[in-house]
Design a protein around this ligand. Structure first.
Ligand SMILES: *Cc1c(COP(=O)(O)O)cnc(C)c1O
Length: 344
């Protein structure tokens, strides 16, 4: 596959904005920087941030076993996903394929970019219907979004199905791995060099406990990353976010302990929820949340709100009738949830 042919015409030859800090990178303390019209007096953030976020990328590259030129960072995964639309999807012409029920941002971003959505529902086991996806695609289908583990269904997709789609889909395959750190499956990052059309997104918003700093990560071929780099806003990851990300990435033991605790709580909560009379199904989870089918989702949702517990009502999503989504909280929060559910 020639990924270059998938690009929009205006993107093929686009020139990146060259920022002051792009022109001169090898700063030393003694140098005088009067190139960017900044205020020279120290506030810790009086200088523009590194537009390439080199330190954060070096850290991630080592952890994930990729090169820094296979990484792009964004203001949340949402910015990364938007850049993919802008690079590959011609407005009012191209389309993308999503597999509902899934993450809502794919369709929001498609609408925003005037890109048509072709939906192919997941099957009854919440797995991709490979044949139907492949027959749905046409020459204008530029991106297929696979969210694995999927939000809100909590399962990871069968690896053989994903691999078949990577081989047969004639566009970019984005695997959204926002929840990969809670999964028993291996990340597709290890297969990056096998597929030119593979793009993986991850985030520091979930397992890494940094939703507030907005840091999303894209792993892809050097070619795709070079294109996204050209079209991203130059200073899209601010200095405070870069600093905080580095601090956390240098403290992976703590992250790992928190993940382990959340996984233990997931198991506990799964078995406790199954005991509750109005809960019909607790779906198996490969993420940090549980999809639960109840007798009447709207009724149970408002009962919970009255008790001060906010959950996500997914009943209007296809295949999710009467389903609520519970994020795994702290041990104490999970106890409160169970206590209150038992009172309803
Ligand atoms: C939460 C979530 C994200 C994270 O988005 P950010 O913009 O990085 O916070 C991405 N994809 C899915 C499926 C999610 O549920």
């Amino acid at each position: 596959m020639n990924v270059e042919n998938l690009l929009r015409e205006n993107i093929k030859n686009i020139k990146a904005y060259s920022s002051a800090r792009d022109e001169y990178k090898d700063a030393t303390a003694e140098m005088v920087f009067i190139d960017a019209n900044e205020n020279p007096f120290q506030t810790n953030v009086n200088r523009y941030p590194d537009p390439q976020q080199s330190k954060v990328k070096e850290c991630l590259a080592e952890i994930k076993g990729v090169t820094t030129s296979q990484i792009l960072l964004g203001n949340g995964s949402d910015e990364v996903l938007d850049l993919l639309f802008r690079a590959f999807c011609e407005p009012n012409q191209d389309n993308v394929i999503t597999l509902p029920p899934t993450y809502g941002m794919y369709s929001v971003l498609a609408d925003l970019n005037a890109v048509e959505i072709q939906s192919v529902l997941l099957d009854d086991n919440f797995e991709p219907k490979v044949e139907e996806i492949l027959t749905t695609q046409n020459d204008n289908s530029k991106i297929l979004f696979l969210c694995s583990p999927n939000n809100p269904t909590a399962n990871s997709y069968n690896s053989n199905k994903v691999e078949e789609l990577l081989k047969k889909f004639k566009g970019i395959v984005v695997i959204d791995e926002a929840y990969i750190d809670f999964s028993s499956k291996e990340s597709w990052v290890s297969r990056l060099n096998d597929f030119q059309n593979l793009v993986i997104t991850q985030t520091l918003s979930k397992a890494y406990g940094l939703a507030g700093i907005r840091l999303g990560i894209c792993y892809a071929s050097e070619f795709i990353i070079s294109i996204l780099n050209k079209i991203k806003p130059p200073y899209n990851v601010n200095q405070l976010s870069q600093d905080k990300a580095l601090e956390r990435l240098n403290d992976l033991n703590v992250v790992k302990q928190e993940i382990d605790l959340i996984l233990k709580e997931r198991e506990l909560l799964t078995s406790e929820l199954s005991e509750i009379s109005f809960i019909k199904i607790v779906y198996a989870s490969d993420a940090n949340f549980l999809l639960v089918e109840v007798d009447d989702a709207n009724f149970r949702y408002s009962q919970l709100i009255k008790k001060g517990v906010v959950v996500r009502n997914r009943t209007n999503q296809p295949l999710c009738q009467n389903c609520l989504r519970f994020t795994i909280g702290t041990p104490n929060e999970n106890k409160i949830l169970i206590k209150i559910l038992n009172q309803l």
